[in-house]
Design a protein around this ligand. Structure first.
Ligand code: 218
Length: 182
């Protein structure tokens, strides 16, 4: 295995582990309002390493949530959608990364695209599986749209702000090392 693969694998493991730690201090208010800090290290990974490693980090994180009993499981298909397809697809935002991804507009674009894709799956799962929790008089579709729209916007905004602050103090976080320099 080349040195660069070792670096990428190590960074992927660190990002997934950080995401797991952050998931413990994220907000999940009554399964209605979510503020998910876990996306922050996964977006850093996508910004540094692009789509493949971003998706791999997301997959590892989603599997960790399931294995450690941290996933909210309603049905097998819902679990697949919200804890495998969803974190996998967050990494797709890495398609917008640059050689130097520390620019504010790159960070905003990746954060909003990634979280938009992620919350698209939560919205779909919400319509199919979470309808029984809808407020009185609300259909599953508008309920899921409002719940996931607000949570997605809040999560994307917070993630983008944190990443931009990080990029000002430590821009090197967003520039991937090509290979290990002795
Ligand atoms: C309408 C509705 N309510 C709840 C959920 C579940 N959901 C939403 C956002 C984020 C997450 C992942 C938390 O780790 C989950 C499980 C939904 N999809 N739709």
């Amino acid at each position: 295995m080349s040195n660069s693969k070792v670096l990428e694998l190590t960074e992927t493991a660190i990002a997934a582990a950080l995401a797991l730690v952050l998931s413990f201090i994220s907000i999940n208010y009554a399964q209605v309002f979510y503020l998910e800090l876990a996306v922050i290290p996964l977006l850093v990974l996508a910004l540094r390493r692009g789509v493949f490693w971003g998706m791999t980090g997301g997959l590892v994180f989603g599997l960790l949530l399931i294995v450690l009993g941290q996933a909210t499981i309603l049905t097998p298909v819902q679990t697949l959608l919200e804890y495998i397809v969803e974190p996998l697809s967050l990494g797709l935002a890495g398609i917008l990364r640059k050689k130097d991804s520390s620019q504010t507009r790159t960070i905003f674009a990746v954060a909003f695209l990634g979280v938009l894709i992620k919350y698209f799956w939560h919205f779909v799962a919400g319509v199919i599986f979470w309808g029984q929790y809808a407020w009185k008089g609300w259909g599953a579709l508008p309920y899921s749209f409002v719940v996931n729209g607000i949570s997605g916007l809040a999560t994307a905004t917070l993630a983008a702000l944190v990443l931009v602050v990080l990029s000002k103090s430590a821009p090197q976080i967003f520039k991937a090392k090509k290979r290990y320099n002795k």
